[in-house]
Design a protein around this ligand. Structure first.
Ligand code: M6R
Length: 607
């Protein structure tokens, strides 16, 4: 969603701001803008559409060593130059950028209009700049703090005033804000990707923090002016990880990174001898874990399908009642929190509003909530009672791929711990540990199918509707395969459990509606073959994802993607990679913007 970048230092700010915005593109946006300060003047440039439109409008020799920039993902008001941020006050001396939603903006706007303020945009954010302007008496920090007392809603804000050159003032409440500490220069941004080219020293702002930054230092306080002591962290990854590295898209790069990212998620966590795993950050003793009698996992989108796989697994392998819930639903269900229930929240970004607010609601009711997240320092891991970082590295493509397999990795390890604490034998545990350790190599084998998958994807790219069908552990993978295809290729796709097909959806099967069947060699194989035959009898084209050597399935299917033989619990990892590649090739064939699909955002920070 919206992205913020702010800079003060000795270099030309315009170039740094535009480059920072370019790095934030992956979050999803529809317009962008910068305001650059040169001595006691601010210049404002805003453009609808891609950053390249903004870049073209910014003079290459634009003077100014401080400023703010923004990528907007429209919520209030249409997509145009005027609604883009930054927003300025009438004096042209004060500018702000804002992420989040101001819930009471209408009443503030009406009041300010009565006081004679003229609004130029339709956004909720514009009230912020006029409120600060109203209270400004030569001290931007003070004026911002006064203005914030009138706002209801969520915000990450950065403000500049031309009367206080080379100073940025930021505030956070519900929308991320990170400070970057450089050598004689400082950055404020909604995530570290915007500043990683210049510094790895960062401070993660918390809700309620106000930060005042000039090129030599920073100061953080709360709204009541109490000084806050903030910890400086070092970012654990390099700029190379957010470059395409020769791949045409980030999504393809991230799909191909999975042998390493899954391996990284297991590193040092597998115990081959005891047939179990170690997860340091759970913050729960063995005794406490043994007392858990139910696990509920919440998440949104792709992460919710990882949650579903894991709920299946926890029941099947650890024999603990478990379920997956959509974050956006559980929050408003007035959930019953019972003793003995352990909650997990799964989120790549660690910022998804639906998941974050659901987590807060559960914690309010006394639940213990653990996080499974990728982005270090993001809000969910900081507010949860403990958890696991999945270490898949920065995921830039909007469509989540490597984070999914890393989420599975973390949850498989947790399941193993729980199973071994209960009735799983050492031998069984060792067998699972060994099978897990083989997964990275087996994913690499699936990746070798790339050209075969491309041929099949190209063949069906003209179709308007797809079914993805699985059962048991591969049912959530079918849902994920359908989501991947629809979000990046814009083809309608439905994920179903294959057993449900005959209860209605089969009415849609015809020669133009392919069904992608996931066929592991487990106890459900025969049932799935029967479901394939039902589709075949209605002339529906079939693409099978089957285990190497399964000629019976290949004979029924029109096209087959083979995955290597593995322990039956590991097929979700292998099948999902094949489906990610399938969706990617289809989107490329249809000339879609694979990394930044229409209407979508990487980090969904609104409900
Ligand atoms: O950052 P999160 O994992 O919490 O994000 C949840 C969803 O918004 C996300 O998985 C979304 O569905 C992706 N576009 C899927 O590719």
């Amino acid at each position: 969603m919206c992205g913020i970048v702010g800079y003060c230092g000795n270099r030309d700010a315009a170039g740094i701001l535009v480059e920072g915005l370019k790095r934030l593109e992956y979050r999803g946006y529809d317009s962008s803008g910068i305001s650059v300060g040169f001595e006691n003047n601010l210049t404002l440039i805003k453009k609808k559409g891609k950053i390249n439109n903004l870049k073209a409008a910014v003079p290459s020799d634009m003077p100014g060593n401080y400023g703010i920039g923004h990528t907007r993902w429209a919520t209030h008001g249409e997509v145009n130059d005027i609604n883009a941020h930054p927003h300025m006050d009438a004096s042209g001396k004060l500018a702000i950028v804002h992420n989040g939603i101001i819930e009471n903006y209408m009443s503030i706007r009406n009041k300010l209009i009565k006081e004679g303020v003229e609004f130029t945009s339709e956004t909720d954010s514009e009230v912020i700049v006029h409120l600060i302007s109203k209270y400004y008496e030569g001290d931007l920090e003070k004026a911002l703090k006064t203005a914030l007392k009138h706002l209801k809603g969520t915000y990450g804000i950065v403000a500049v005033h031309a009367n206080e050159p080379c100073r940025l003032v930021g505030a956070r409440n519900g929308s991320p804000l990170v400070l970057g500490i450089g050598d004689g220069e400082m950055f404020l941004a909604s995530d570290v990707t915007a500043m990683i080219a210049y510094t790895k020293q960062v401070v993660y702002m918390e809700d309620g923090d106000i930060v005042v930054v000039d090129k030599d230092g920073f100061r953080t306080t709360d709204l009541r002016d109490n000084e806050l002591d903030k910890e400086i962290s070092t970012v654990g990854w390099d700029i190379g990880e957010i470059e395409k590295d020769g791949y045409p898209t980030f999504m393809e790069k991230e799909i191909f990174e999975q042998p390493e990212s899954v391996l990284r998620g297991m590193k040092g966590r597998l115990d081959f001898e005891q047939g179990t795993a170690k997860l340091g950050g759970l913050n729960m003793s063995s005794r406490e874990l043994r007392m858990v009698n139910r696990v509920i996992i919440l998440a949104a989108g792709t992460s919710s399908y990882a949650a579903m796989v894991c709920a299946y697994l926890l029941e099947k392998v650890a024999r603990i009642p478990a379920s997956a819930e959509l974050s956006s639903e559980i929050r408003y269900k007035n959930p019953i929190v019972e003793p003995g229930t352990l909650y997990f929240v799964v989120s790549q970004s660690g910022e998804t509003a639906d998941t974050l607010y659901a987590m807060r609601e559960l914690k309010r009711k006394g639940a213990t909530v653990l996080g499974i997240c990728n982005v270090v320092g993001s809000t969910i891991p900081r507010e949860s009672d403990g958890g696991v970082y999945i270490h898949s590295g920065p995921e830039i493509a909007v469509a989540s791929t490597k984070a999914f397999t890393s989420q599975l990795t973390a949850m498989y390890l947790f399941t193993l711990i729980m199973a071994r604490m209960r009735d799983m034998s050492t031998q069984q545990g060792q067998m699972i540990v060994e099978s897990l350790a083989k997964v990275p190599e087996q994913i690499a084998t699936v990746l070798e199918q790339n050209m075969n998958i491309k041929t099949i994807a190209d063949k069906y790219a003209h179709c308007h509707s797809f079914f993805f069908l699985g059962r048991g552990l591969t049912y959530p993978i079918a849902l994920e395969g359908a989501l991947k295809l629809k979000e990046i290729s814009y083809i309608h796709a439905e994920g179903y459990t294959a057993g449900e097909l005959k209860h209605g959806p089969i009415a849609l099967i015809n020669e133009e509606t392919p069904s992608v069947f996931l066929v592991p060699d487990d106890g459900l194989r025969e049932k799935i073959i029967s479901n394939m035959k039902e589709v075949k009898a209605r002339k529906g084209p079939i693409i099978a994802v089957a285990v190497e050597g399964d000629t019976e399935v290949a004979d029924i299917a029109d096209d087959t993607i083979f995955i290597p033989k593995a322990n039956e619990l590991m097929y979700p990892f292998l099948m999902v990679v094949a489906l990610q590649m399938y969706a990617h090739h289809t989107a490329v064939k249809l000339d879609r913007n694979v990394d930044q699909p229409r209407n979508l955002a990487k980090s969904v920070t609104v409900e």
